[in-house]
Design a protein around this ligand. Sequence first.
Ligand SMILES: [Zn+2]
Length: 380
Amino acid sequence: MKITGIYGGQFFDPLAETLLPCDLLLHDGILVEAGPHLSRQDAAIRILAEGLWFSPGWVDAHVHLFHAPGHLGLPAVPHCLMNGVTYAIDAGSAGAADFAHFHQHILSALPLRHKAFLHCALPGALPTEPGELSSLAALDKDAFTAVSTAFSDEILGGKLRLNPGVCPQHPEQALDEALEMTGQLGLPLEVHPNFAPIPTTVLLNALRPGDIYTHTFHDSSIGILNTHGQIKDSVWQAQHRGILFDTAHGGSSLSFPVMQAALAQGFLPDFISSDLHNGSYPTPVSSLAEVMSKFLAFGLSPAQILHRVTLGPAKALDLKDKRLVLQKGEMTALTFFRFAEGAVSFTDGLGHYKTGLSRFVPVFTLLDGFWYAREPLQTC
Ligand SMILES: [Zn+2]
């Protein structure tokens, strides 16, 4: 029996919110033992993880994976899996017109766990203007229902973008229709609100518990801050009511001043996510780890950050196949990382800069018996 041991790491348990020394013994990828100071004699291969933390594999709750002509996605293995993400959620890249193609040629071939939001508009999220809602006829209820039903294991909910470049007319009608399309199937709706000519209160009051307000820290009048820089009452009320707030950094959808004001008032998003796509990569976002590091620079603790890429999305999005515990007898999905200390400068892509003193650096990922390493593994 060929055993691999991983020694000297510290496990962050998001359920208990603890950080404890933890060695692992694996047989063909199956976890056989976990705990401090395990014997090194049983292992044929011994990996040294001293100085590393590890946690359940990270979830990126908002990324674009439709890597094909006419779409804005990026390939998942180099951008997600090699950067510590074992579970990626596509945020509505495809609509009913091409979800089957997206699923067959991209999603089903991925080695990492995945789910997707189905765009409420037939063509999905178009990368150029006019966007997918230049005509509201693109909100085809029958097609949405048929595809959501056919791919019910894969699809978590519906997606809608309301920014004027995408939806130049009647955004409130588009919102009503998308709520109806998803509501009749019992699915949540993820709304991209940036610059939509709808009052925040009207939008948030229309959303139901479990619906998602994405691009939480974008800077527009439909954002989370009032003109005095305070979190709007309707935003606090919405979060209290169970509306989920998604970070989704993206190319121009996160403003450091908005983020700083919100975090200082104790308003935290439910998910920390990248919104990686071919317009946001490589700057201002190169990886989920970079977004996590920005939160570190703004004063969130590692535990607060790790919660929002593990237990937070797993629970809120009901990801039943997301592993959160070290379960003996099962395959693992774990992200090993370290903190690189030293001054680092971040940009939000809107002309703001922030200096941090530490950042998350994924080192290797263990998923279903396979290793995805960014650096040569050290042995002992
Ligand atoms: Zn997006």
